[in-house]
Design a protein around this ligand. Structure first.
Ligand code: COA
Length: 170
């Protein structure tokens, strides 16, 4: 992670070029499906940030969706190295898969400890919202994510078969 301590911030239009670089990083790694990135590129960035803010405040949610706050992990004030999403409460679907927190590290920034730091900082946000117990789910074959959860004090709560992927999720 180097000497710079990354900061967790809520989306802001001031970081548009950093966000566009992040999108390019996913594109280059052929991982455009993560965090709705394809829908954004070339899009109205102000509107995107506004939409994220509305989602956080529970405005205009799709049926069955709960408020969700997005965070960006920013290094040196100019580079978004990772993103996370904090669901304010669970639904039956999220209890099965998804949980309270989702996270992704930019492909070129992986294996530097950011994933571990990102979950730690997002857990702080969850606690600040009054969440005592937080559910984080991951595919059982996602070794890195399982390790991140473990390093943040996570305890295995169970295992289910994903309705989405047909794979085991814990
Ligand atoms: C999973 C993910 C978030 C990991 O992020 P990261 O920044 O590379 O994680 P860290 O650097 O903090 O590493 C955490 C641990 O996983 C290990 N790890 C990281 N990548 C790994 C890999 N590809 N294979 C095996 N272990 C790996 C690290 O060595 C570290 O363990 P250690 O502390 O025992 O050495 C990242 O790969 C990612 O965004 N993947 C795609 C999206 C995803 O899977 N999100 C999670 C959904 S639940």
């Amino acid at each position: 992670m180097g000497t710079e301590t990354p900061r967790l911030v809520e989306p802001t239009v001031a970081l548009e070029s950093a966000f566009r670089s992040l999108v390019e990083d996913y594109r280059a790694a052929d991982e455009g499906r993560y965090q709705n990135i394809p829908e954004l590129a070339g899009d109205d960035f102000d509107a995107y940030v506004r939409r994220l803010d509305e989602k956080s405040r529970g405005i205009g949610l799709r049926p069955g969706h709960v408020p969700q706050t997005t965070f960006w992990l920013v290094r040196g004030g100019t580079t978004i190295v990772a993103t996370s999403r904090l669901r304010h409460r669970l639904t039956p679907a999220l209890e099965q898969e998804g949980g309270h927190i989702g996270y992704d590290v930019s492909p070129s920034e992986r294996r530097k400890g950011y994933g571990t730091r990102l979950l730690a900082l997002t857990l702080e946000k969850a606690r600040a919202r009054g969440l005592q117990r937080v559910l984080v789910t991951c595919d059982t074959d996602n070794v890195a994510s399982a390790r991140i959860i473990q390093k943040n004090g996570g305890q295995l709560a169970g295992e289910v078969i994903s309705a989405r992927s047909g794979k085991p999720v814990s």
